[in-house]
Design a protein around this ligand. Structure first.
Ligand code: SF4
Length: 210
């Protein structure tokens, strides 16, 4: 399930010293994606998943230094039950949890809320609804994305809706969408993921995280 780990990050989980875990696989094909190695099945197949028991051992060892764990991808929610169970373990271990999602799986978000295993959601809102396919490389049911927005907004959990300002994207149009959905959008500039990481270097499926 996990193909990379950022052992320490000060930026991925707002207000927390965290580690970030990267899941493999994604159902979108965003042309501006930073993580193609974690999206395309043929590229993911070239990587070896990190051993989850090694990750757990590492996180137990780092418990006094880390406050939260951010799960990103790829699209983490594609891992369904397996991710829910890992999040539940994180909570039992005393970690705060954050999940980054593209919003395509409202059913998973609903269960995660019911099981109370996610403390912070971050969802990308990538483009105006009418031209969303241009930003994600496929046609997708926008109502499902809107449903996830509503679930997160109404959950009472800390959250962030964010838009990366890819070339040609109108900030004004995105602000109009934020108004229409009654949410706030955080804008991000398009940057290299290694610069965004701001902590120790990213380990991508190279072996034990310890
Ligand atoms: S949703 Fe995220 S991980 Fe998936 S293709 Fe788009 S940018 Fe990449």
């Amino acid at each position: 399930m996990f193909y990379g780990i950022q052992r320490t990050t000060f930026v991925d989980f707002p207000g927390k010293i965290a580690a970030t875990l990267f899941t493999g696989g994604c159902n979108f094909r965003c042309p501006w994606c930073h993580n193609h190695d974690l999206v395309y099945p043929e590229r993911v197949a070239r990587l070896s998943p990190l051993d989850e028991e090694d990750i757990k051992a590492f996180l137990i060892k780092r418990k006094s230094q880390l406050e939260g764990i951010c799960i990103t991808g790829g699209e983490p929610t594609l891992w369904g039950e397996r991710l829910l169970s890992f999040l539940s373990w994180l909570k039992q271990t005393g970690y705060e949890t954050k999940v980054d999602t593209n919003g395509s799986n409202p059913e998973w978000v609903e269960v995660a809320l019911k099981e109370d295993v996610v403390d912070f959601f971050a969802m990308d809102i990538k483009h105006p609804w009418e031209s969303y396919h241009e930003a994600i490389g496929i046609h997708y049911d926008i109502e499902r994305l809107k449903k996830t927005v509503s679930l997160i907004k109404e959950s009472g959990k800390p959250h962030q809706f964010r838009t990366t300002l890819i070339p040609g994207l109108s900030k004004e149009r995105m602000l109009a969408i934020a108004k229409e959905m009654d949410i706030e959008i955080t804008f991000q500039t398009y940057r290299d993921p290694f610069l965004l990481a701001g902590g120790e270097s990213l380990l991508l499926a190279e072996g034990s995280p310890a």
